[in-house]
Design a protein around this ligand. Sequence first.
Ligand SMILES: Cc1cc2nc3c(=O)[nH]c(=O)nc-3n(C[C@H](O)[C@H](O)[C@H](O)COP(=O)(O)O)c2cc1C
Length: 143
Amino acid sequence: MAKVLVAYATRTGQTKKIAEAIGDAIREEGHGVTVENINKLKKETDLEGYDGYVFGAATYHGEMMGPMKTFLFMAEKANLEGKPGGAFGAYGWSGEGSIRVFDTMKNVFNMDMVGGPLRIKKLAGDGARKAKEYAKEIAAKLG
Ligand SMILES: Cc1cc2nc3c(=O)[nH]c(=O)nc-3n(C[C@H](O)[C@H](O)[C@H](O)COP(=O)(O)O)c2cc1C
């Protein structure tokens, strides 16, 4: 059983809902999951002990939420190279947040990322299905 950290930045709770849906679906695949607001992850040692990482940020003003930028500077020190990863986020119309988080995990952290970021407007309906499929992609990388 692998252990996965799902960490999110949200303002109104949509990205938290996606984080929880991804977490539940990875658990259904037989792995251990911790779902945490990035506010609670203060230092790089808080990222130790996991086999995979899924980071999520909502989009505001064409960017990932500000606190996620600070979190990623911290996570840079955690040496996540080669670890399976994914990125997600709630959005309204453009959804840059999850794209930038994904690109950072891929190009700066050199993680073993799934095919692309997951962008969801609302978790209801099709969003829940997409979150589940995304979780399966991540679980497949965990072996
Ligand atoms: C002031 C403001 C700015 C926003 N800017 C963007 C944006 O640039 N692009 C986008 O796709 N969505 C934008 N949104 C929509 C949010 O991403 C959307 O409401 C999302 O569900 C919020 O996620 P959260 O509940 O996790 O905070 C904006 C929303 C607000 C209130």
